[in-house]
Each structure stands twice: as structure tokens, then as C-alpha cells.
Design a protein around this ligand. Sequence first.
Ligand SMILES: [Zn+2]
Length: 310
Amino acid sequence: MPRHSQILDSAAGPLPAPADWQSHEPVALLRNVLRLTAPNPGFMTGPGTNSYLVGDAHTGFIAIDPGPADTDHVARLWAAARYPDGSGGNLALIVCTHSHADHSPGAAPLQALCALAGTSVPILGLASAPTARANSHFVPDASLAHGQRLVLSRASGQDSHTLQAIHTPGHAANHVCLLLEEDGMLFSGDHILNGSTTVIDPPDGHMGDYLDSLDLLHQTCSAHGAHFILPAHGHPLPDALGAIAHLKAHRLGREAKIATVMHANPDGTPDQWLPLAYDDVNPRLWPVAKRSLMAHVEHIQWLQSGGGAP
Ligand SMILES: [Zn+2]
């Protein structure tokens, strides 16, 4: 049974306005989970990238997604990982959910700060695939295997914090989610966001993989009684299973709409399909929506060809 969910339950509450976000102080979501949002709000990043610290002063911390290479943010993250005497840099591991520019570039400078203080802290994750864009190149010190468990605990073995790695390609080929087993919460990276829909950008993004990974996350949350999702952008999502089901239905609904538009305009181009398939979306977002449209088109064509090996 998850240990601390009730604490987050009261902390989640109604969503404050985006203006209420701040990047200067870590926010305690649980006794053993801190969130520090990077000062990179924007069109694609919402209020900014959420970096998370999991652990406590006695076990050390795992940093998830150090974010962009922002000197101040990285220094705040380092300082927030406190030892019992209040000093910073109490990090055991750094994990990147994927290689995108708003997630992984902060890992090396954070590691360097730790090294300056005499601590060797490995960076874990999955290497970027050859399909990744040039600004998303990433090579971890060690690869995270699917199902691998990262365990923090006191020397006595008490007060453990266990993160289980779940490979979730789709948003990025090297995307990993992390399940905090003791508390029943899922760190979803960019696979699941709050307040916006993640972009699937082929060829590194892949719609079939994205939908399969959603199914896997649903199974995992169900099996572990995980009730909360902590996304890399936006507030915690309560009702993990409902949120995943809603997201899948949204994707399949969009795909059905695109398939209808393609069927009605078989000689059309993606640029002609886009305004018809996304007529409910602000045209300002169409350039970004086009990437996901291309991922849907690829998936629709694959299904229509019989759904063999992609
Ligand atoms: Zn992101």
C-alpha cells in the first residue's frame, strides 16, 4: 500500500494560475519528493521543466531531469539536496527521462558541482537514438534497464525509496518513466503532461510506440496502486489510471479524425489535412500540431497496410 499518498492528496488541490509558478524555492510534494521548476517557461515547456528530488537527508537523493543547463537552476537543485546538517549536494544519482534540450543538459553541470564537492554521481538514462535531433544528443554514464530498480535507503535498510525504470518510447525513442514504488507515484517525464498534450515528432517520436507505452504505464500504475502522476511540465495529476485512459482516448479520437480527413481528401497533402484535422485547435499551434499529425499519418498508414513490422 502506498505510504504517503494522502500528503500529496491535500497538496494537489485546485490548480493555481500559471503565474503562481516560481523557480526559486523547492516545493515539498511529499516528505521524500521535492519539485524545483526550472526558469524556462514557454510555449513548449508550460511553466518550465520540473526537476524532482526523491529521497531524504539520511538516504541521499536521486535527481530526476536536471533540466536545461541553467547555472542558477542547477545550483538551486544542488543546494536543495541537503545533508542532515543542511549543506547541499547530497545526491546519489542523476536520472534523465529523455534527452530533449529542456531535460538533460543540466545533468553534466550538476554532476560537475558534485565532483567539485568530492562526490562522484553517475548520470543514468538511455542514450539518444540516431533519430534524435542534434540538440538532443545524450549519452548517460550508465544505461537504465527496463524494470531496473534504483534503491535509496539508510545503512540500516530503513526508509527506502525505490524508483523502477520503465522504458516508454513514443515522445522520444530514449524516454524512460520512473515509478516510486513505496508511494505509488509515477514520474512521467514528457510522456504524460498536465496542461498540454505532448508532441510526437517523427522519426524520434513514434505514435505506435507512444500508444503501447501508455498501455504499459496503465498496467504498471494499476499493478502498483499508483494514484498520482508527476509530470515534467505542470502540476501533479491525481487519478493516474483515469488520466492515462483519457489521454489514450484523446489520441485515438484525433487519429480517427485525421483518418476521416485523409479518406475524404486522398490526394491531399499533410498541409491540407492539418487545418481540417485540427480545426478545434488554435492555428498558432498548428506548426507544432503538424509534427503529431505526421506521427498519426504514419501510424494510420501502418495500420492500413496490415500493421506488420514498422
Ligand atoms: Zn520537456
